[in-house]
Write a protein that binds this ligand. Structure first.
Ligand code: KG4
Ligand code: ZN
Length: 405
């Protein structure tokens, strides 16, 4: 009998990842090769460098995933790969290799949307926990699990209603950002404050040392912005779905807060300090090989720490307000928060407190599954494998692939 083993490959952005997962509920291996060191000196992901690094890493990463799982190609039942959204050249590396492996081994190929993968990161954790508690897991997901999912990362800030019907998941888009993703705002604010890339983890750690109420950043209510409908989207994030049909209460906009932080920095003359911090910690001749949070903390004055804490408090508050409002309006049974920004400590604690107060169960992936990985892609592929939903050898990258209707 087949073991239900799926090898997944993920290469949509700056992580080359491969994993082997059994029946969407038991991770045998999950290998992630990060390119952070390559892109850090440019303060963001450089697409051409990402493709080159994926080309270098994909074969050893897949080999390591099979090796750690203790299996060979012949033991697999299918190969899954992220087909979008993401960087075209980066996606193509994973897709091309997955196609070659599937062809050589005579295995079916399964195309997975990266955002669906992030949602399945949470479901995979839950199934693993049930398995560990020896509760067993149902073969298919039960139909009463309708969840409101916030996917919040460097490329996305999207709200979906996710519903399993006879084990197959269906998604409807409920809200999303009109411009920058929340993670992008974290990264841009970190950059302008002279902190490292990616900025989220730096801001997360430094915010603990500032006063979150020092600077009252506000998110104005987004008007319908119907003037945007039908026009070319302004950003990568905005390309993945139309906005005209969405409730404006569930739309996000994070480019304004980035500009507000910049204005505050200029008004209070914090720029020279930020520049000397970047020099000292990240680029200068005396820069440590791996700057620590304590190194960064030592270069921040109280005003900067207050600014960082206030920025984070405002972003998390806005994410929380709209996510819970959508969950309530759509009668979702529970809330899932996933994607790189879901690793954030303040976000986790405030969502947890709010969920408890409202009686809405809330789930996050483990930290390792919050950021990009391939185990989540293999988990999302399982229901498609069961349904026999396979991709052809003509599968190509779709950089702006949307999820749900
Ligand atoms: O999901 P992910 O690895 O890649 C994308 O699909 O974008 O998310 C990366 C994003 C980056 O913007 C990074 O700054 C942010 O997640 N991030 C965080 C934290 N860890 C990563 N943001 C806030 N707090 C964190 N602890
Ligand atoms: Zn991601």
């Amino acid at each position: 009998m087949s073991r239900g083993l799926i090898l997944a490959i993920e290469s949509s952005c700056d992580e080359t990842a491969a994993a082997v997962v059994e029946r969407g509920r038991h991770t045998l291996s999950s290998v992630v090769a990060s390119q952070i060191a390559t892109h850090a000196r440019y303060g963001g992901v450089v697409p051409e460098l990402a493709s080159r690094e994926h080309l270098r890493a994909v074969v050893p990463v897949v080999r390591a995933a099979l090796g750690q799982a203790g299996i060979g190609l012949a033991d697999l039942d299918a190969i899954a790969v992220t087909s979008g959204p993401g960087l075209a050249g980066a996606l193509l590396v994973g897709i091309t290799y997955a196609k070659a492996l599937a062809f050589a081994a005579g295995l079916p190929l399964i195309a997975i949307n990266h955002l669906e993968g992030h949602i399945h990161a949470v479901l995979l954790n839950e199934r693993e926990a049930m398995r560990a508690a020896e509760l067993g897991t149902p073969v298919t997901d039960s139909d009463d699990e309708a969840a409101l999912a916030l996917v919040v990362s460097g490329g996305h800030t999207h709200l979906y209603l996710a519903r399993p019907t006879d084990g197959a998941w269906h998604y409807s888009l409920v809200g999303r950002t009109l411009d920058d993703a929340a993670g992008e705002a974290y990264d841009k604010v970190a950059k302008l404050l002279g902190l490292g890339y990616p900025g989220g983890p730096w801001i997360d750690a430094l915010a603990l040392h500032g006063n979150p109420h020092a600077v009252p950043f506000a998110f104005s209510q987004i008007k319908t912005k119907l003037h945007l409908a039908g026009k070319a989207p302004r950003t990568k994030a905005a390309k993945t779905a139309p906005i005209a049909d969405l409730d404006p209460h569930f739309l996000f906009s994070f480019s304004g807060i980035k500009t507000a932080v910049l204005r505050y920095v200029e008004l209070h003359n914090l720029r020279p300090e930020a520049e000397s911090r970047r020099e000292a910690l990240f680029t200068g001749p005396e820069a440590p090989e791996r700057p620590t949070i304590d190194d960064a903390l030592a270069t921040c004055d109280p005003q900067t720490l207050d600014l960082i804490a206030s920025f984070q408090h405002a972003v998390v508050g806005d994410l929380m307000k709209k996510t819970f409002a959508a969950a309530e309006a759509l009668d979702a049974r529970r809330v899932l928060v996933t994607g790189g920004v879901a690793a954030n400590r303040e976000l986790r604690s405030r969502f947890t407190v709010e969920g408890a107060a409202r009686g809405v169960p809330i789930s996050f992936p483990t930290l390792a599954l919050s950021t990009d990985n391939a185990a989540m892609i293999a988990a999302a592929a399982w229901p498609r494998f069961v349904e026999g939903e396979f991709a052809g050898q003509d599968l190509s990258a779709d950089p702006s692939l949307a999820l749900g209707g």
